[in-house]
Ligand binder design. Structure first.
Ligand code: ADP
Length: 637
């Protein structure tokens, strides 16, 4: 019989090398992965059969068999599923087409416990080489007239494919010859305990040495009162390929006018934060007990992509294709109901279990905030948004938009936020000074997505949401200052104000095109100057700069603080001699330091030269004093 010899793709070799040489803990995972592949293959063939398509061996029962041979040290996991053609064998278990694998290999190298995540990266099959020294996969596709094939490998870099026995029936059989140190996987108690732990919820009978060992129940169709916390978590671990418990779940069924069952889980962690796109995104969609789509991405919106779970409806047609699903009117109604219920579930969590909600927000908040443009659900989504704020004592203290609005000053008309990379830089932003002085709460935003999400919401409970560095100061006028800083400040006289205006004009002349204008400020308390943008907030501008680096930033308005000692000294010099050279040096440095705080320095070379200029000037003044001191000294002599 003809055998063809193949090399594994380089990425597969790398993965196999780690799996077969350096991993000794969590090896149980391979049984879970092979059972899960068998169950997937059965789901696929069942779907094909309900659609009435022709297939080989149509009378076979849908089931998984596990046969152990302690003497021969083998375990064989067989299914009557969809099977594979020769080409599918080569494509599915010889190459990895998915992205994310090299990331996974890195994680494995860093910590072998990560092997439990293997199924989430879509490379679960290869885990068989943690325990097996030789693996034979015999398979026959459900496509009629396909022969059977045997794939064989020792996981060392190559595999062989030869034609299989004529009598082999539809499905796949994975025969594993165990390594010397992995003989326990041929023992019944061991394999049974693994099935109980990981595979109790497989929706097909699992027969271990001929005896059925699992209950085939659809947990989501059972009444809530009959299900324990442990069962929920066990089910979650099975469908989400997880080893941790779920953070929270929602089990919701509807009878009329729509009929469906849903069981949705929120994982504790979010792997997207590691820059990895999860290939197992989407929930399991069942119609009348048949899995139509294992990764349905239509029911839940993209901003809930971290959710794992199941939805089943008997109202949908069985022969529905994934493509037409989204246009089905029942589907649209089910989707709206489920999303609404799920958002209410999160809302309950926020009010009744704030610690769990906080964990949710830390893991998934960044992705959830992408939901700002789900307009029909806008109020519900915004109600879940939480931020750190100027009134919080610590960086991990979060408040909701509701709490913000509830605590607003009676004369406050808008919701204010300010963005920056971290708490310290937001707190030091001069734009915040007027808010601090008046005791107005400002939400602190550290995520780049906030720059889209908050202006995207536009308003909440009829209050506009405005970036603090773009506030129209007239809106704050009625709110009195609380802190001594502003209260105690003397307002400049009318005459001073005129001189200050002229000084501002002079500074504008010096700075030229660097600024749009120079104006006297009412928002500053402690800082001498601030840059204010007209269109978008500074943070947004910085982000735009990342995407379009060639677009020159628009010059900003520089506001100067008419009560600040620096400005008042400058005014004194200006009044003596409007042409004094020091005015140029100070104006440039005032601008530079404001740009530095604003985070929008575009030309550090010129800035350094300006700073050196003022140092030179100061030193020369100092030198003159030294010279005159020396003169005095000599005169004494
Ligand atoms: P995943 O199952 O997450 O896709 P695996 O590495 O476990 O990743 O399997 C790779 C592919 O091999 C599967 O997607 C499937 O197409 C095929 N496969 C594995 N086991 C079986 C099986 N028992 N029957 C049919 N196809 C299988």
């Amino acid at each position: 019989m003809e055998t063809t010899h193949y090399e594994f793709q380089a990425q597969v070799r790398q993965l196999l090398d780690i799996l077969s040489h350096s991993l000794y803990t969590n090896r149980d995972v391979f049984i879970r992965e092979l059972i899960s592949n068998a169950a997937d293959a059965l789901d696929k063939v069942r779907f094909r059969s309900v659609k009435g398509e022709s297939m080989s061996d149509p009378d076979l029962n849908f089931e998984i068999r596990i046969d152990l041979d302690e003497k021969a040290k083998t375990i064989t996991i067989s299914d009557t599923g969809i099977g594979m053609t020769k080409q599918e064998l080569i494509d599915n278990i010889g190459t990895i087409a998915r992205s994310g694998t090299s990331e996974f290999v890195k994680q494995l190298k860093a910590d072998e416990k990560n092997v439990t995540l293997i199924g989430r990266f879509g490379v679960g099959f290869y885990s068989v080489f943690m325990a097996g020294e030789r693996v034979d996969v015999t398979t026959k596709s459900a496509d009629p007239n396909e022969p059977s094939w045997i794939w064989t490998s020792d996981g060392a870099g190559t595999f062989d494919i030869a034609e299989g026995p004529k009598e082999f029936k539809r499905g796949t059989s994975v025969h594993v010859r165990l390594r010397d140190n992995a003989e326990e996987y041929a023992q019944k108690w061991k394999v049974q305990s693994i099935i109980e732990k990981y595979s109790n919820f497989v929706p097909f009978p699992i027969k271990l040495n001929g005896e059925q060992v699992n209950k085939v129940t659809a947990l989501w169709r059972e009444p809530k009162s009959k299900i324990s916390k442990e069962q929920y978590n066990e089910f979650y671990k099975f469908i989400a390929h997880q080893s941790d418990d779920a953070l929270t779940w929602m089990h919701f069924s509807a009878d009329a006018p729509l009929q469906f069952h849903s069981l949705l889980f929120v994982p504790k962690t979010n792997i997207e934060f590691f820059g990895i796109e999860s290939p197992d995104e989407g929930i399991n969609l069942f119609v009348r007990r048949v899995l139509i789509d294992a990764h349905d991405k239509e029911i839940l919106p993209h901003y809930l992509r971290f959710v794992r779970g199941v939805l089943e409806s008997d109202d949908l047609p069985l022969n529905i294709s994934r493509e037409t699903l989204q246009d089905n009117p029942y589907m649209v109604k089910i989707k709206n109901t489920v999303v609404g219920k799920f958002l209410s579930h999160l809302h309950d969590l926020a009010t009744k279990e704030p610690d769990i909600f906080k964990e949710f927000w830390q893991s998934h908040g960044r992705i959830f905030k992408e939901g700002y443009n789900d307009f029909p659900n806008k109020e519900k989504i915004a109600a879940l948004f939480h931020f750190n704020s100027s009134k919080a004592a610590r960086v991990d203290e979060l408040i909701s938009l509701d709490s913000y609005v509830d605590h607003m000053h009676p004369d406050q008309q808008e919701i204010y936020y300010l963005s920056g990379p971290d708490r310290k830089s937001v707190e030091n932003n001069p734009a915040l000074e007027i808010f601090k002085a008046k005791g107005i709460q400002v939400l602190y935003c550290y995520d780049p997505i906030d720059e889209f999400a908050l202006p995207g919401l536009f308003d909440y409970r009829k209050k506009n949401i405005v970036s603090a560095d773009q506030v129209d100061l007239a809106k704050l006028e009625k709110i009195p200052a609380e802190s001594g800083d502003v209260k105690g400040k003397k307002k400049p006289t009318k005459k001073d104000e005129k001189d200050l205006d002229r000084l501002a004009r002079r500074i504008k002349d010096i700075l030229g095109a660097k600024v749009e204008d120079v104006k006297l400020s009412d928002r500053l308390v402690n800082s001498p100057a601030v840059l204010v943008s007209q269109g978008m907030s500074s943070q947004m501008e910085k982000m735009m700069h990342i995407y379009t680096p060639d677009m020159a930033p628009k010059p900003k308005v520089m506001e100067i603080n008419k009560t600040h000692p620096l400005i008042l000294s400058l005014l004194a010099i200006y009044k003596k001699d409007a042409k004094d050279h020091i005015l140029d040096t100070v104006a440039l440095n005032l601008f530079n330091s404001a740009a530095l705080l604003d985070g929008t320095i575009t030309d550090p070379q010129t800035m350094a030269a300006d700073i050196q200029g003022i140092i030179t000037e100061t030193l020369s003044l100092y030198d003159k004093t030294a010279e005159s001191d020396a003169d005095e000294d000599s005169s004494i002599e």
